[in-house]
Design a protein around this ligand. Sequence first.
Ligand code: HEC
Length: 140
Amino acid sequence: MTRIAITLGALLVAFAASAVELSDAQRADIEERIKPVGEVCMQGDSSCGGAAAAAASGPRSGKDVFDSACMACHSTGAGGAPKMGDVAAWVDRIAKGMDTLHQHGLQGVPGTGMIAKGGCMSCSDEEVMAAVDYMVENSQ
Ligand code: HEC
């Protein structure tokens, strides 16, 4: 029993001694390794996470918008929607000019299944126009 206690004591002393012997570089190394994974970032603090947050909330690409908001109709032809990649279905539409197509993307085509912004109310105007560009680029 006593021997175990002594051994433990010796171990503790050895451990304490080694803790003291850490060089500054080792200490910095350990601090780096154990620092919190996610640091709390307060809103409006541009010193941390600002760039990443801005990038994440920036406009989505035309492809992203198409894939989430337009594909349901424009890849199937549902309700008479011109399918992306169907050159014949797009040629007369493209002839109307991009301004008109952007307008129709934003405001819809009255009396058809093409409602304003294709129903994507969370899409910005810029994002809807990018989706129109994406569809047109891939349909000629
Ligand atoms: C609910 C089905 C539906 C969804 C979702 C939809 N569209 Fe359409 N879209 C249509 C239909 C139907 C037409 C054909 C309208 C017509 O008869 O001219 C059309 C036509 C268009 C045209 C051609 C307009 C013209 O002047 O010829 C554009 C551009 C367009 N859609 C963009 C989009 C974009 C961008 C999205 C996604 C943000 C989208 N649509 C989502 C159904 C849809």
